[in-house]
Design a protein around this ligand. Structure first.
Ligand code: 13P
Length: 260
């Protein structure tokens, strides 16, 4: 099997003040072994990035932003740029999360500009795609995801796409407790990899990590990770608690909590 090194990423969304985030980061650092054979990332709110990056420095846990703006600097009140994330200690940045699409007007075109900004700034983009419940029910899952990929990745070079990860997050499974079945997830992951194969060739398709997101928990991660095209997880709720996130990171091991 030619599986890629997994990436387990925690999206803390709009949870945790600086002190709360620091507490979680400290606990996480003590729980996640430096010998885990997975890449690990947490994405705290902007206000906690600095402190979390400081606490996790030298550990295997990387830090990511939850969003960015495509300009490097300027009069853009409230926005954060790639160089700012980089200077705050980020390695990754989540782009195009469905909550940003739903509540903040994110479009495939803005996602495209943000991916370019992330790559130019030396960050690894985690690009989110996924269909709503209505779109799934009307059999539009593949066409929606394909359009998100086509427009989101438009004009990017092979080596640029290779530096990105894709996160498939069916909107109906986010925060609802409804996980896609492993077959439902695998089917879309396979579709994404085949689309990348057609668009960018076999070596990019084989190398790119496609993460699953949507009610991932310590109880279901092993089954998801066993699927051929699932290379990791983007986790919301279950990443907020350090012990639960450490269990997710240690999904290959039965008794991960023993490390505590
Ligand atoms: P939940 O794990 O809370 O469903 O959130 C998933 C998600 O949106 C991660 O980005």
């Amino acid at each position: 099997m030619t599986k890629r090194k997994p990436l387990i990423a925690g999206n803390w969304k709009m949870y945790k003040t600086g002190p709360q985030a620091a507490e979680t980061a400290n606990r996480l650092r003590s729980l996640v072994s430096e010998f885990v054979d997975v890449d690990v990332m947490v994405a705290p709110p902007f206000t906690a990035l600095g402190i979390v990056a400081e606490i996790l420095k030298g550990s295997v846990i990387c830090v990511g932003g939850q969003d960015l703006f495509w300009e490097v600097e300027g009069a853009y009140t409230g926005e954060i740029s790639a160089p700012m994330l980089k200077a705050a200690g980020c390695t990754y940045v989540i782009i195009g999360h469905s909550e940003r699409r739903q509540y903040f007007g994110e479009t495939n075109a803005s996602v495209n500009r943000k991916i370019r900004a992330a790559l130019n700034g030396g960050l690894f983009p985690v690009v989110c795609v996924g269909e709503s419940e209505a779109e799934r029910e009307s059999n539009q899952t593949f066409s929606v995801v394909q359009q998100q990929l086509e427009e989101g990745l438009e004009g990017l070079a092979f080596d640029e796409v290779q530096r990105a990860s894709i996160a498939y997050e069916p909107v109906w499974a986010i925060g609802t407790g409804k996980t896609a079945t492993t077959d439902q997830a695998q089917e879309v992951h396979k579709f994404i990899r085949e689309w990348i194969d057609k668009a960018y060739g076999n070596s990019v398709a084989n190398a790119i990590r496609i993460l699953y997101g949507g009610s991932v928990k310590p109880e279901n991660i092993s089954d998801l990770m066993a699927m051929a095209d699932i290379d990791g997880a983007l986790v919301g709720g279950a990443s907020l608690d350090a012990d639960s996130f450490a269990a997710l990171v240690g999904f290959q091991v039965d008794s991960v909590t023993d490390k505590a």
